[in-house]
Design a protein around this ligand. Sequence first.
Ligand code: ADP
Ligand code: ZN
Ligand code: MG
Length: 492
Amino acid sequence: MAKFTPEETSIAPEVLAKYEPVIGLEVHVQLLTRTKIFCGCSTRFGDPPNTNVCPVCLGLPGTLPVLNKRAVEMAMRASLALNCTVHEHSRFARKNYFYPDLPKGYQISQYESPLATGGWLEVGGAIRRIGITRLHLEEDAAKNLHEGFAQSTQKTYIDYNRCGTPLSEIVSEPDMRTPEEAYAYLTTLRQILLYTGVSDCNMEEGSLRCDANVSVRQRGSKEFGTKVEVKNLNSFRYLQKALEYEIDRHIGVLESGGRISQETRLWNQAESHTVSMRSKEKAHDYRYFPEPDLLPVHVSAAWRDEILRTLPELPEAKRARFVSSYDITPYDAEVLTTSRTLADYFEAVVKAGAPGKAAANWMQTELLRGLKDSGKEINASPVAPAALAELVKLVESAKITGAIGKKVFATMFESGRGAAEIIAAEGLGAQVSAAAIEQAAREIIAKDPANVAKFKAGNEGVFKFFVGQVMKATRGQASPQAVSDILRKLLF
Ligand code: ADP
Ligand code: ZN
Ligand code: MG
């Protein structure tokens, strides 16, 4: 059979429009604990291979697992932040399969009785609610290394450091309808996990991994089509591209009278397509059974409430509060809540006396650009919130112009000095003499009797226009306050 690529079929838009994609995601996150889920070995990333191992995580006979309470707490934090019900009792199960990365021959996971179920998160500015089926605890497997060795051609090396690392699997309902929505879900989920400190969500280090389930159906149909699971999606962009590819492939197959077979496929980034990996395994293939070596997990109401109390304000709530209390747009709020540190910085600038909207504007332009260009994180910003507030206030009260303010900001960012100090040292406060302003103002007024008449008839808007004209004539170097004072004097 010829290999299918969407380019070859170039499905017509009206054909694409007949179908509706259905997407559900299964996300694995590494929980931020110091030690593994069933032993005391370190979870540190990047240590030399097989140095963080012990008889328990190597699966040696006669050892017994002991559950890491911190891992349960982290999973509870995630569950509560995702509006799930955390069950009083949940249970571990053995998921049996044979693979070199799994020394015991089974993975300890949760199956029939997961830690939490029935949650949701909101995407697209709280417009779409995506259901979360379940969140459970499990251990990670080891890492197989195939490359980078002297005689690498036939050998696979195994690093067991990762074996036994605590994970939560978060399974969504099949509620997403476009690749963009899946992307938004994953972005939102990641943001919530970062806000709550549950995971560092570092995709390169494997602490956030995503498998996508996708099917298509005729629009209006109530039933779902046959789904395919796509693995190996180790970036947000790959997720979106793989889904786009799969949706086109499904439609192509169905349109040509074929059927989709339920299978697991791998995304191949180099060739921008998916390839069949195996037919979909069924639950019974894993011979799940309750883990006899661990007690059921018991979460008391008191423990749950205690975790709930320690949850921070979540991104969506923060955005809503920013919009209503600081008079900024939903877009501003979205940018400023990208991370908790950025949001905290913004609130510190406002607390130091800068008006919300102005603070938001300065942060989104000068500050974020400065940070990006210098490769710095917000918590390493050379301009502290109070220093930015000082500058914003100087511009807002028209002590200096916006143009000068930008120059001052650049110097602040480079030197870490304060705005007032820079303005005084560089004589930026009064670059244009009152006489020069007055001359420019007189010329502009003389040339524009029509607008002068409008102003005299009570049109205040025209005054702003005149201020702008004089500022332009003085190349933005005059103090707006002085310009305004002089114009008032001349126009009355
Ligand atoms: P399986 O038994 O194959 O593991 P599940 O019902 O547990 O399937 O669902 C696994 C994931 O696939 C979930 O994220 C779910 O939302 C999603 N899913 C289920 N059915 C479909 C479908 N027809 N199309 C797309 N995604 C689906
Ligand atoms: Zn160990
Ligand atoms: Mg399943």
